[in-house]
Design a protein around this ligand. Structure first.
Ligand SMILES: [Zn+2]
Length: 432
């Protein structure tokens, strides 16, 4: 059906209004309109309203949904798939932190990190993702091992997946000013993002100041993990917003998790969200990982909250919000395959991305692309842009989100890709 450099059409497909630069058909209450798409030389040639009652002889898709390709703005490719050799002993956050730390020291050679990153990118590619940001554990000596691997992987995947990297370390690591300055230079040399896990340490503001100053010095965007806990006293998000204001920071800031916000008193929450909305801060929720780790109980009782942050309140304030994969088959999350449709399907249930659906579909397309500073072609379907599209079997939200859509078709630059997902046994040799 599809050949590069040869025009073809996708007739009578359903497109969501939030995926279009300029909707021109009539859209139903779920946001879908019926269109004909022409693809010319790998790019979108035209998008025109389709006649609902006219079946075309060629490439009639009978109302199947077509979306842009996904953007996954928060992953940990360097941790991925270590579960067989390093499980989480009790499903807790501390269990995850300690298990990953032990595994990193014991096993994370360049060969090991590269093989698992490659596996993860193959999964993301097969599921229809075109841009990925990964965090990279960067405490010494892992920084010297993982950043060159990241640079090689970014080069290898260029043109297929746009790969970004952010350094990751507990913010207490920033206290060593000389070492942190060296790390910031290394990250800048790699074109990465500066990041840290912002815990409520006594000198949090001073450490944030050091991070913001380094980001400004090197012209880097920022990416934080914050408040990944149900502890109501965790308020790092507010401290990050205040630091951004103090420094007049003009780059992109992406903050992940912000779970504890959902446990705090309303007046405090609203003040924090006002502070966030006043800065160029995007928030990414990681619903699958949050559901797994948050409110994890080791006394045999049942979790009582979902663990996710206040996405509805954020979106209502105009804060750019996204959802993403986070961990895959490592002690922070025992499952996952970097399938952003699974993330969106689960986010719809966990975060209530329905009644109405509204602009929530942007949370895996245009919103994460904006948070990553990518150009507008990412996350939308527009004339003149590369024909990077996903064609589903579903014709409505209830059909799309009820099945895994394992038979979805992924079109990149106007050509169907091979969607073969890597077999688990490809990594068996690393799990001994
Ligand atoms: Zn994370």
């Amino acid at each position: 059906m599809v050949t590069r450099n040869f025009g073809f059409s996708l007739s009578r497909v359903r497109l969501h209004a939030s995926w279009l630069a300029a909707p021109s058909a009539s859209h139903d209450t779920d946001g879908f309109g019926l269109y004909d798409i022409e693809i010319v030389d790998g790019r979108i040639g035209s998008i025109v309203p389709a006649a609902a009652d006219v079946r075309r002889a060629e490439n009639d898709m009978a109302g199947r949904i077509v979306s842009p390709c996904f953007t996954d703005c928060h992953t940990h490719l360097d941790k991925g798939h270590i579960w067989p050799r390093r499980a989480n002993p009790d499903g807790t956050f501390m269990g995850a932190l300690e298990s990953v730390g032990e595994d990193r020291v014991a096993h994370w050679s360049a060969v090991d990190v590269e093989a698992r990153m490659e596996f993860g990118l193959k999964c993301a590619w097969a599921h229809g993702t075109r841009a990925v940001r990964t965090h990279l554990d960067s405490i010494s000596p892992q920084d010297a091992i993982s950043w060159p691997v990241f640079e090689a992987m970014r080069e290898r995947w260029a043109g297929r997946i746009e790969l970004q990297g952010a350094c990751l370390l507990g913010i207490e690591g920033v206290r060593d000013a000389d070492w942190f300055a060296t790390l910031a230079s290394r990250v800048a040399a790699a074109g990465g993002m500066l990041g840290a896990v912002a815990y409520m340490v006594p000198d949090l503001d001073a450490l944030l100041d050091r991070i913001f100053a380094a980001a400004i010095e090197h012209g880097l965007d920022l990416d934080f993990h914050a408040d990944e806990t149900g502890d109501v006293d965790a308020r790092a998000l507010r401290h990050i917003a205040d630091a951004a204001a103090r420094h007049g920071f003009e780059g992109q800031i992406l903050v992940g998790h912000c779970c504890s916000l959902a446990r705090q008193p309303d007046d405090e929450v609203l003040a924090t969200l006002d502070a966030v909305a006043a800065q160029t801060i995007s928030v990414v929720s990681l619903p699958l990982c949050n559901l797994y780790l948050q409110d994890r109980r080791t006394d045999g009782t049942t979790p009582r909250w979902r663990g996710v942050t206040l996405l509805h309140e954020m979106a209502a304030r105009g804060i750019n919000v996204a959802v993403a994969s986070d961990n895959t088959r490592d002690p922070f999350y025992a499952y996952g395959d970097l399938d952003m449709l699974e993330v969106y399907r689960m986010a719809t249930r966990i975060c209530h991305f329905d009644h109405p659906v509204g602009d929530w579909p942007k949370t895996v397309f245009a919103n994460p692309a904006a948070a990553m500073g990518l150009d507008a072609a990412h996350g939308r379907i527009a004339v003149g842009e590369p024909a990077d599209l996903i064609l589903y079997e579903g014709r409505s939200w209830t059909e799309l989100l009820s099945r895994p859509e394992a038979n979805r078709m992924v079109i990149r630059n106007g050509a169907l890709i091979d969607r073969t997902i890597p077999a688990y046994d490809e990594l068996d040799h690393l799990m001994e």
